[in-house]
Design a protein around this ligand. Structure first.
Ligand code: MTE
Length: 368
């Protein structure tokens, strides 16, 4: 059973360093100004689709300049039969595919980890959902013709910088295996919720890898290169890896099953009337099949109702009616299960860089 972390006043126990929870003037909960990093505010984590302006932003470097985006084209080169250079107008000539996809940053909920780890102290707002529109990557790969010796596609963003002190300037780079790149749902997206992609989210064109943590979805895509060896660059070999205490590591890839409670908020004072507990649940391994809710810290569990749209790569809304049977502190917990039978763990697997934080997150409320 989970322990109550509320203070006497009923507010959830604060982290040692106070974290900002108020949206800034652009509407996001700020983490950093340059490079821009901001979370989706709590109140928006109830909607199935996230408005574009409130979709979380996670940049490693400053934005590309207008000169760079205005003169943009995408080069596809390396081990291909025909090298190509495509403009945005070229992309618009292909049949458009749209798909609702939830994107979660691998460091979402990092501020919950104990002991604390370095890195952006995300609360639970480094996650959002949009309907992405664009061209399936595999169509473009079919057009250039992949040579037999190629093993991966390397994706390069327009943005660049030094990834950490002492390391030379380099662009944002990530790769995908040919197998993953061939998934027909991997998109080269130029639209987000029916609007042209904004600069924040990768204008003119970005990669969208459904079901994977956000680091794979390279923004401001300027080059795709077919390569003959596995790529081990900074954001694939040094970051976005689960580093164990013994020094071994595995790469961060697909989103692990998880849920969040949108309502009530931690520390709320509730009456003994009936309340609608609601939230969202998601997994990179497919549909959510079940969400269970406990109002006694995990001692007993009840099935929540799955409501709203149901898509493979987008989060699932759920709710549960609860009438408290006693006054005092109550610990509400939700846990999700996906169609492959993966169940959200009670505890997050602690790792040095603070990724894939999917343990349940209790919400304490006071009933009177
Ligand atoms: N692509 C480029 N070129 N540069 C970046 O810094 N950040 C990645 C990914 N793609 C990044 C990038 C990370 S870590 C995440 S979580 C997502 O973009 C965030 O996408 P968003 O800012 O549109 O929410």
């Amino acid at each position: 059973m989970l322990k109550c972390t509320c203070t006497e006043a009923g507010t959830a126990k604060a982290n040692e360093e106070p974290l900002c929870t108020q949206p800034d003037e652009i509407g996001l909960v700020p983490i950093e100004q340059d490079p821009l990093i901001g979370e989706t505010p709590q109140g928006t984590l109830q909607s199935w689709l996230t408005p574009n302006s409130l979709f979380y932003v996670r940049n490693h470097y400053s934005f590309p300049t207008p000169e760079e985006t205005n003169s943009w084209s995408l080069v596809i080169d390396g081990h291909v039969s025909t090298q190509l250079e495509l403009t945005l107008d070229d992309f618009r000539q292909f049949p458009k595919q749209t798909l609702p996809i939830t994107m979660e940053c691998a460091g979402n909920n990092r501020s919950d980890l104990q002991p604390r780890v370095p890195g952006n102290p995300f609360q639970n707002g480094a996650i959002s959902t949009a309907i992405w529109g664009g061209v399936p990557l595999n169509e473009i790969l079919a057009k250039v013709g992949i040579k037999s010796e190629a093993v991966e596609v390397l994706f390069e963003g327009l943005d660049s910088g030094s990834p950490e002190p002492g390391v030379d300037t380099e662009p944002y780079l990530r790769s995908l295996s040919l197998d993953m790149a061939g998934n027909p749902n991997v998109l080269l997206a130029y639209e987000m919720n029916g609007e042209p992609l904004s600069l924040e989210h990768g204008y003119p064109l970005r990669l969208i890898v459904p079901g994977w943590y956000g680091m794979a979805s390279v923004k401001w895509l300027r080059r795709m290169t077919l390569i003959t060896e596995k790529f081990h660059g900074f954001f694939q070999g040094e970051r976005y890896i689960i580093e164990e205490k013994d020094g071994t590591s595995v790469p961060v890839t697909d989103i692990q099953v998880k849920s969040l409670i949108s309502w009530p908020q931690p520390g709320m004072a509730l009456s003994r009337d009936s309340h609608n507990i609601s939230g969202l649940a998601w997994s990179g391994s497919g549909h959510i099949n079940r969400v269970q809710v406990s109002h006694d810290g995990g001692e007993t569990w009840n099935d929540a109702q799955l409501v709203g749209p149901r898509y493979e790569y987008a989060w699932q809304q759920w709710n549960y009616d609860w009438t408290p049977d006693s006054d005092g502190h109550h610990i509400i917990v939700a846990r999700a299960e996906d169609e492959k039978g993966n169940v959200q763990p009670m505890d997050t697997h602690w790792n040095r860089l603070g990724y894939v934080i999917n343990g349940v997150k209790p919400v304490c409320v006071n009933v009177s």
